[in-house]
Design a protein around this ligand. Structure first.
Ligand code: ADP
Length: 747
């Protein structure tokens, strides 16, 4: 482009003039011009020199032209023209020759042409300055440098960009001044520039203040008329901010990507048609690469059994524009499936049309398993509650509102589907009238709620059926519940009835064994009765004899009668005891002295001891402990143990036979009764099963004695056992609660 080429050329020329753009002082120039004009006029007018002195007026014109004023040039031209003519007239008067006229005309032509040239030059200079000013108007940095890198033009934009003024920059080497750094070597850039005529690219430079700048540089090479490269025109734009923003954007995108990749879920976006456009790294766990796209992605991913439902949900969302919410099994890299929650939200454009869907598949395998486990355990619990007839009851802390499990509803005989709300009132409505007070008291608690509620009560069903329930609840249940009490309500009707039946059979059995014992003791008993009866007869005879005397001795007769009454009472007492033992009657618990029970039993056994040559020592506790017991039952225990001792010792011929019955306080709550014999003792192998029903080593034994003893003692709140330390004989220990202690338990 010739125009462009020319403007470069002029620019390059003008830079220098730009650097010296300050014109010489106008006044001084004009004074100098006036002096030169005066000198030329004097020489021209007053010296006889036959040369065209007036030609030197061109100097005056040039001087004035250097002021840059076209008007001044025109004025000066007119003035020096007048002076030339005046000098001609003055020096030649009317006496002028052709040659002098010719010199004058030459001078005038020289002045005129100089003036015209100066005016043209001034006009072009003005035009160039305008162009330079225009170049300075642009914000782009525009600079020109020669092939050696020497700067010849540096506009305002360059000043602003690099911080160097034009005066400082012109003449400097561009790459030294700005510490140019480019991705490619500068030589390569120049080679490209010279071969292509232009180059554009990014450069790193350093400003005057030391700050680094990134510039987008566009270079063009200017060639002279011969086509020789002469200068390089560069336009530079500061892209530092742009680059920083681009880097920040890239960084943010990286961070965003990392964040999306770190989301514990399979993040995706899809078109409205269902084409997956983006997936995060989590998809790799399912064998999907982050570059994979398309609608088919789901087909290979979602479990075949769930796919059609998932697609149905997706279609419904696309049609309605509502968020997608689906649960499906999603395949993993190892081929196994995991439950995932597939959710997506639509993104809409300004018109409200769905543009894209953004979704995330969240792994809910653990939750699903927990839910399944919960459902299973709930099913187990319901089943277990039904089988064990145990319901659960939760009681809210403030208002006493209740939660009943299905089984609790069933036990109380209410319909869970009915409108009624579980409450104490509902429980009381079903409670046996005699038990209501204790149920209400246990539930209401009082000022300080009891840490444990444990009570058995009866329910009366609408059909009149009686139910026995055992309710156990504790305060401060697991933190996960917001309940005050959590309790278990057991329908113990069956076990209660069984217990009662068992108790009845035990009573029957106890009676049978008592009768058996009595049978075994029949001989001794008979003797016990016959002896006092014989004494009655003897005393009666004696009394008669005393009375039949000539002088009846009334005093002796009365003593004999007294003896008779005593013996009769004794016989009566024994018969009473035997009858009591033989009687079949329900247990009657009374407050009795343990030692009295022991004495009576030992008395009944007296003859048995005597028959077998056994010495029985009774060691009574000083405190005379009282127990709450059934006299006959406890006696049965003692007699049983004493009979066993007698029978065991009977086997040992010649060995001393001794039984020691002792009562002793164990502590403030318990008393111990021990029965020790000098028999053979109980072998290690038999100890374990000693109390088992039907365990006997005797030919005619039933093996029920000790078993019944244990049930009787346990029914009295006590325990029976064998003292392992005793040797060589056997020592049975019975522990019973003291009457006072038992009272505490009962109430
Ligand atoms: P039975 O007397 O009908 O055998 P028990 O239950 O009273 O039934 O006793 C069970 C067994 O315990 C006896 O057969 C006997 O072997 C053993 N036994 C009980 N008391 C004694 C004792 N004092 N010395 C040794 N063995 C005993």
């Amino acid at each position: 482009m010739p125009g462009k080429t020319q403007s470069f050329h002029l620019n390059a020329t003008l830079i220098r003039s730009d650097a010296t753009r300050h014109r010489p002082e106008g006044g001084l120039v004009f004074w100098l011009a006036a002096l030169v004009a005066l000198g030329v006029f004097c020489v021209d007018a007053f010296t006889p020199l036959d040369i065209a002195v007036a030609v030197f007026y061109v100097v005056v014109v040039l001087l004035v032209a250097s002021s840059g004023s076209s008007m001044a040039v025109v004025g000066t031209t007119v003035a020096v023209g007048v002076l030339t003519l005046a000098g001609f007239l003055f020096s030649h008067g009317s006496d002028y020759t052709g040659s002098s006229i010719a010199r004058c005309v030459v001078s005038l032509l020289a002045i005129g042409s100089t003036s015209i040239l100066s005016l043209r030059n001034l006009a072009k200079t003005a035009q160039l300055h305008e162009q330079i000013d225009m170049l300075n108007l642009t914000h782009d940095a525009i600079l020109v440098y020669d092939l050696g890198g020497k700067i010849t033009f540096w506009n305002h934009g360059a000043e602003t960009l690099y911080g160097w003024s034009a005066a400082q920059a012109v003449g400097q080497r561009i790459h030294d001044l700005t510490q140019t750094h480019a991705a490619a070597p500068l030589d390569e850039i120049y080679a490209t520039l010279l071969s292509n005529g232009h180059w554009s690219g990014e450069l790193q430079r350093v400003r005057r203040d030391g700050r680094a700048v990134s510039v987008m540089s566009r270079l063009a090479v200017w060639r002279d008329a011969k086509g020789e490269p002469r200068a390089i025109l560069a336009t530079n734009n500061d892209i530092t901010l742009q680059k920083q923003m681009a880097e920040e954007l890239a960084e943010q995108q990286k961070e965003l990507r990392a964040a999306i990749d770190a989301i514990p879920g399979m993040v995706w976006s899809a078109s409205n048609e269902g084409d997956v456009m983006f997936v995060n790294r989590r998809w790799q766990e399912s064998g999907i690469d982050t570059k994979d796209r398309g609608a088919d992605l789901w087909a290979g991913l979602v479990h075949p059994d769930d796919l059609s439902r998932m697609r149905g949900d997706w279609r419904a969302s696309v049609t309605s524009g509502r968020p997608l919410d689906n649960l499906s099994r999603v395949r993993q890299r190892d081929g196994r499936y995991r439950w995932m929650h597939i959710a997506a939200e639509p993104q809409r454009d300004a018109s409200g049309a769905v543009r894209r869907w953004y979704g995330v598949n969240t792994d809910i395998e653990a939750r699903k398993r927990a839910e399944d486990a919960l459902t299973r355990s709930e099913a187990f619990l319901v089943d277990a509650q039904r089988l064990s007839k145990t319901g659960s009851i939760g009681v809210a802390p403030e208002n006493g509102e209740m939660i009943w499990s299905n089984e609790a509803w069933r036990i109380f005989g209410y319909d869970p589907a009915s409108e009624v709300t579980p409450s104490l009132a509902l429980i009381l409505a079903r409670t046996h009238p005699d038990d209501r007070a204790q149920v209400e008291a246990a539930h209401r608690g009082g000022d300080t709620p009891a840490p444990l509620i444990d009570l058995e009560y009866r329910l009366v069903m609408p059909d009149g059926a009686l139910k026995y329930v055992h309710y156990v609840a504790h305060l401060g249940p697991p933190a996960s519940t917001d309940l005050a009490y959590v309790g278990a309500l057991m329908d113990v009707t069956d076990s209660r009835q069984t217990q009662e039946a068992l108790a009845r059979s035990m009573a029957e059995l106890a009676h049978v064994t008592r009768m058996t014992t009595l049978g075994e003791m029949a001989a001794s008993m008979a003797h016990e009765v016959t002896q006092p009866m014989a004494a009655v007869v003897t005393s009666g005879d004696a009394a008669l004899r005393w009375l039949n005397r000539v002088e009846p001795d009334v005093e002796e007769a009365a003593r004999s009668i007294g003896q008779m009454i005593k013996s009769a009472r004794r016989a009566n007492e024994i018969v009473r005891q035997i009858r009591a033992m033989a009687q079949k009657r329900p247990a009657a618990f009374t407050r009795i002295a343990l030692d009295d029970v022991v004495d009576e039993a030992v008395e009944l056994m007296a003859r048995e001891f005597q028959r077998n040559g056994v010495r029985c020592d009774v060691q009574r506790s000083r405190e005379k402990p009282l127990v709450h017991a059934d006299n006959v039952q406890l006696q049965q225990v003692v007699i049983n143990l004493l009979m066993n001792a007698v029978q065991a010792m009977a086997e040992r011929e010649g060995a001393p036979r001794r039984v020691v019955v002792a009562t002793q306080m164990l502590n403030e709550q318990e008393v111990q009764l021990s029965i020790e014999d000098s028999g053979p003792g109980i072998g290690e192998q038999d100890r374990e099963r000693l109390f088992n029903p039907f365990f006997t080593t005797k030919a005619n034994g039933m093996g029920m004695g000790l078993s019944i003893c244990r049930s009787i003692v346990e029914a009295h709140g006590g325990s029976i056992g064998l003292d392992a330390a005793a040797a060589p004989g056997a020592r049975f220990l019975i522990t019973l609660p003291l009457e006072s202690a038992q009272e505490e338990i009962v109430t």
